[in-house]
Design a protein around this ligand. Structure first.
Ligand code: SAM
Length: 218
């Protein structure tokens, strides 16, 4: 019963606050046509990302898990003409489609893809002394806590870290798959909530988004 209410609430948020325009609808279509998994963020989550980037004024954004570029476009819309997106993706073919979609959306010259295991790309970024204002974690769930550690290392003071699919940690939903993921996310949310360098909150939109801010003084 609670789950049904939650689904209705999300439908309402998607329809009332995040109707997909042609660009985003085309991205979803291209993902299906090319046989990629349909696991992009929900429209409402995408809209939340756009707003978080815009409100925070972030100009350098890092995404972990590109897929077909849906969330990448949402993030880029938050900074508009003045910003850059670095996106990490394991599968070259996915990154290729994402690049195509970002280009169609008008952000072709503002996005860089790093292909390979995200942990390796993150190590490269750290070694190069790169810094970011905003992070979106949305790749393999087992590595979420490792990704979080890297985000904190790569963060400018006051940077925002958002992670998708963290609702499972709240215990809502009862399928086996959710329960397994639930253990991982429960630990992730606990780590974020108790981290001395972070202020954090959980937003029950889409599949759940955990949002943290890196404190200015550690
Ligand atoms: N953020 C995307 C969006 O909403 O448009 C969806 C990302 S999808 C949920 C997860 C992505 O992470 C997949 O494209 C997958 O190939 C990628 N991925 C999985 N393991 C990875 C790894 N170790 N390093 C980098 N990317 C990885």
């Amino acid at each position: 019963e609670g789950l049904e209410f939650f689904r209705q609430l999300n439908r309402y948020m998607n329809e009332q606050f995040a109707p997909q325009d042609e660009v985003l609808a085309d991205v979803r279509r291209s993902i299906e046509e090319n046989g990629l998994p349909s696991i992009s963020v929900s429209p409402a989550t995408g809209k939340l990302l756009t707003m978080l980037v815009a409100i925070s004024g972030a100009k350098r954004v890092l995404e972990i898990g590109a897929l077909g570029g849906y969330s990448g476009i949402c993030l880029a819309r938050g900074f508009g003409k003045e910003g850059t997106l670095t996106s990490l993706e394991l599968v070259e073919e996915y990154a290729r489609l994402a690049r195509q979609n970002l280009k169609k959306a008008g952000f072709g010259s503002q996005v860089t893809y790093m292909i390979g295991p995200a942990l390796e790309s993150l190590e490269t970024l750290a070694a190069n002394g790169e810094r970011f204002d905003f992070f979106f974690i949305d790749a393999d769930k087992e590595n979420y806590i490792r990704y979080l550690d890297y985000c904190i290392r790569l963060a400018n003071p006051g940077a925002i870290i958002a992670a998708d699919n963290t609702l499972a940690g709240s215990g809502v939903g009862a399928s086996d798959a959710l329960r397994r993921r639930g253990e991982i996310m429960k630990q992730f949310n606990e780590t974020v909530a108790c981290h001395p360098q972070l202020d954090a909150m959980f937003i029950p939109i889409g599949d759940g988004v955990t949002v943290a801010r890196v404190k200015k003084t550690a």
